[in-house]
Design a protein around this ligand. Structure first.
Ligand code: BGC
Length: 425
C-alpha cells in the first residue's frame, strides 16, 4: 500500500470513528437532557383548553417542561401569522400545531425536523390510515404527528328548541331552510354564526359538498377546475349562502365560533354549522349529546376531514430535541389519542383505539368516515387547510367572505372566484 493510500484509509477510519462517537455522545446527551418544549397552538376555547391540558399533563408526567404559546383565534389564522414572525426572526417554537399542505410548505423552507425515528420505533405506518399518514410525510420522511380526525360537515342543534318548534334535524338544504323560516317566525335565531372569514368558509364548503356532491367538491375545491368554479352548481351554492345570511342575527360580525356554540347551548339560536370541535364545547359545559344537543352531518353525501397535527421545527439544544421526541411519541400514543379526543370532539387518528367510551356523534363520525373512504367521498377540508396550499385557500375564502358580507350576486361571485383562483396560481 502506498503512503497516500494508508493516509486515505486512516482518514476514513478516523472519520467513521468520529461520526460514531458523535452519535453516541448525542444519544447520551439526549438521554440526560430534560425534555423542553415551547408549543405554539390555537386551542384557547373551553373545550380546546381542556384537551390540550391532557398533552401538557402527559408531557410533565414524563419529565418534560412545557412552555405554552397559545395564540387565540379559531381556525389558526392568527397562530400562523405568529409562527411566520417567529421563524423569520430565527427563533422557531419547538413544536407547532400545523396541518395539511402547510406542513409540506414549511418543509420546503428547510425548517422542519425529521421525526422518523419516533415514527418508526412506534410503528406509525401500521396504526394510521394511509390517507392520514400521507399528510404527515415530507419526501418519504415523517415530519408531523397526527392528533385526531375532526369532521367539518356537521350541524349542531339545541334539542329543546327543535322539539318546542316541532322541527326534526334537517336532511336536505330545503328542509334546513324550511326549519329556519319556522324558527325565525318564532323569534329564534336559526343559525348561530360568527362572521370571521374561516367560519364563512366552513359553512361554504359544507354547502358545496351538500349541493354539488363529492365529485363536484373534488373538482371545485381540490382540483380548482374553472368549469366547476363557474358552474350553475356553484351559483346555487352562493344562492344558498345568501339564504343562510338571512338566518344569522345582527351581531354576527367577528363573533368567535365558541360564542356561537354558546348561543345554541343556551337556546338563543337553534343550529350551528361547525366542525366537531363544537362538540368539545358542549361537552366541556356538561351537555349531553342526544339529550341537550343533537348532531347530524350537513345535508348530502361525503365526509370532510380535518386532521390536527404537530410539526417539530429545527431547534438547537438536546433538551429541545428530547422534548420534540417525547411530544411526538406521546401524541401518537394510544392513551393520549383516546383521552384527548374524548375532550376535543374528534376521533382518534389511530385505527386501534377503542371507541367504547366515545359518544354517538363520534361513533357516527367513525362509521361515516369508513364508508366514505370506501366510496371515494372522503374529502379534505379546504376551509381547514387540508386541501390546498395557503395562497389558493386564501383566495377562495376572500371571495366567500366578500359575498357573504355584501349584496354581491351569485353570478358576480363565481366570476370573482374563478379570477381569484387563477391569480393565486
Ligand atoms: C382546528 C381545531 C380547532 C378549530 C377552532 C380547526 O381548524 O382543526 O382543532 O378546534 O379550528 O379553532
Amino acid at each position: 500500500m502506498e503512503g497516500s493510500d494508508i493516509w486515505e484509509e486512516l482518514k476514513m477510519k478516523y472519520t467513521a470513528f468520529a461520526a460514531v462517537s458523535a452519535v453516541a455522545l448525542s444519544v447520551a446527551g439526549m438521554a440526560q437532557a430534560e425534555p423542553q418544549a415551547e408549543v405554539l397552538h390555537w386551542w384557547t376555547s373551553g373545550g380546546e383548553a381542556k384537551s390540550v391540558a391532557v398533552l401538557q399533563e402527559e408531557f410533565a408526567e414524563n419529565g418534560g417542561t412545557w412552555t405554552d404559546m397559545p395564540v387565540a383565534g379559531g381556525g389558526g389564522d392568527a397562530a400562523m401569522t405568529a409562527l411566520r414572525a417567529r421563524v423569520l426572526a430565527g427563533n422557531a417554537p419547538t413544536a407547532v400545531q400545523l396541518k395539511g399542505p402547510a406542513i409540506q410548505e414549511w418543509y420546503e423552507e428547510g425548517v422542519l425536523a425529521d421525526i422518523s425515528s419516533v415514527a418508526e420505533a412506534q410503528g406509525w405506518a401500521d396504526v394510521l390510515p394511509a390517507s392520514i399518514a400521507n399528510h404527515m410525510k415530507c419526501e418519504g420522511t415523517w415530519c408531523a404527528a397526527p392528533v385526531n380526525v375532526h369532521r367539518v360537515d356537521w350541524i349542531w342543534a339545541n334539542a329543546e328548541v327543535l322539539e318546542a318548534n316541532g322541527i326534526e334535524m334537517p336532511t336536505t338544504w330545503e328542509e334546513f331552510n324550511a326549519a329556519a323560516e319556522t324558527l325565525q317566525a318564532a323569534g329564534i335565531t336559526p343559525l348561530a354564526h360568527g362572521g370571521q372569514a374561516w367560519q364563512d368558509a366552513t359553512v361554504f364548503e359544507t354547502v358545496v359538498l351538500g349541493l354539488g356532491g363529492p365529485e363536484f367538491f373534488q373538482s371545485a375545491l381540490v382540483d380548482l377546475d374553472t368549469e366547476a368554479l363557474t358552474s350553475d352548481t356553484m351559483k346555487a351554492v352562493f344562492d344558498q349562502m345568501r339564504t343562510l345570511r338571512g338566518y344569522v342575527d345582527d351581531n354576527f360580525s367577528g363573533r368567535d365560533w365558541n360564542l356561537a356554540t354558546a348561543m345554541v347551548m343556551n337556546g338563543e339560536a337553534a343550529f350551528q354549522i361547525m366542525g366537531d370541535w363544537a362538540k368539545g364545547e358542549f361537552l366541556a359545559a356538561g351537555k349531553v349529546p342526544g339529550e341537550d344537543f343533537l348532531c347530524a352531518s350537513t345535508p348530502g353525501d361525503g365526509f370532510l376531514y380535518n386532521v390536527d397535527s404537530f410539526a417539530m421545527f429545527e431547534v438547537d439544544g438536546d433538551d429541545k430535541r428530547a422534548g420534540q421526541e417525547l411530544l411526538a411519541e406521546l401524541i401518537v400514543g394510544q392513551n393520549f389519542q383516546k383521552v384527548f379526543n374524548l375532550n376535543k370532539g374528534s376521533i382518534p387518528a389511530r385505527t386501534d383505539v377503542s371507541l367504547d367510551e366515545f359518544d354517538s356523534c363520534a361513533v357516527t363520525s367513525s362509521e361515516d368516515m369508513a364508508a366514505s373512504s370506501e366510496s371515494g367521498s372522503l374529502l379534505p377540508s379546504y376551509a381547514h387547510g387540508m386541501a390546498l396550499r395557503g395562497a389558493q385557500a386564501g383566495a377562495i375564502t376572500d371571495v366567500v367572505t366578500a359575498h357573504f358580507n355584501s349584496d354581491m350576486s351569485s353570478d358576480e361571485a363565481v366570476q370573482m372566484l374563478a379570477d381569484a383562483v387563477a391569480n393565486s396560481m
